[in-house]
Ligand binder design. Sequence first.
Ligand SMILES: [Zn+2]
Ligand SMILES: [Zn+2]
Length: 272
Amino acid sequence: MTNFVDQDFKHNFHTHTFRCKHAKGDVADYCARAVELGMETLGFSDHSAMPDDRWIRVRMHYEQLDDYIDAIDRAREDFPQLNIKKGMECEYVPRLHHYYEDELLGERAFDYLIGAAHFFTDDNGKWSGTYGGTTSAKTLADFARYSVEMIETRLFDFIAHPDLFGNCYPTWDANTEACARDIAQAAAENGVGLEINALGLRKIAGRPTAFPQYPWEPFWTVVAEAGAPVLVNSDAHRPDDLQGRAGDAMNLAHRQGIKLMSPDLIGRRQAA
Ligand SMILES: [Zn+2]
Ligand SMILES: [Zn+2]
C-alpha cells in the first residue's frame, strides 16, 4: 500500500494571508516557503472580501481586494518557478451571485473560487455558523441543502472541508449519512471537487479528543461510492503549514479507494 508523506504533496489550492485576521504572512512568504519545499502549484484563497463587508472579523475588507490581487500578481513575477493561482474562499450569498460571477471571475480575472460553509442558511435564508452551531438533525439538513445549492451554481471549482459539520454534530448516524450522500452526489453530477482538509487533521492532532472533527472518515466512504472528484489541500494559515499533515490526508483518500483529481482541473477558467 502506498504510504504518502507530506513531501509528496506538491499542489495546494487553499492558502490564506494575514488579511483574514487569523493567518500569518503574505503571499510572498508562502511562495518562498513553497519553493523551499519543492512545491509546484500554489493557489491563494484567502477568505473572500464581501462587497458589503459582512462577517468582517474573519476576512479582508472589500477595499483590500486590490492589494490582495496586486500581491498575487507581483508574486507571479517574483516566483516564476511556481504555478500561482488567484482565488478566494467564499460563502455563497445568492443575492450577490453577480459579484462572484461578473466581478471576481469576470472583471477581476480570478482563476477559481472555493465554496465553503463556515456560515450557511436555513430554509428561510437565516444565516448561522458551523463553528459552535447547534447539533440538531435540522441544522445538518440545512448544511447539506446549502452545500448542494453552492455546488449547483458551478461558480466554485471545489468545496472546502465539505465535512465541516463534524464541528457541530457529534456522531455518525443516518442524518450524517444522508447529508454526505446529498453533497457527494451533487459534486459528482456537477464535476465539483470535494476537499480533504489537512488543517482539520492538524487540529485533531492538537486536540485528539475534542471537536472539531473533520475530515470525518465515513464521509469519504460515501464520496468514494458516489465517485465525486476529490483533492487534498493544506488550508495553510501559516507558511510553515503548507504541507502539514497533507500526507495523512492523501493516505485517507487512498484508504478509501479514492484517486485524487488532477490539479490541472482547478483554475481552468483563465486557460479556457
Ligand atoms: Zn481561515
Ligand atoms: Zn480556508
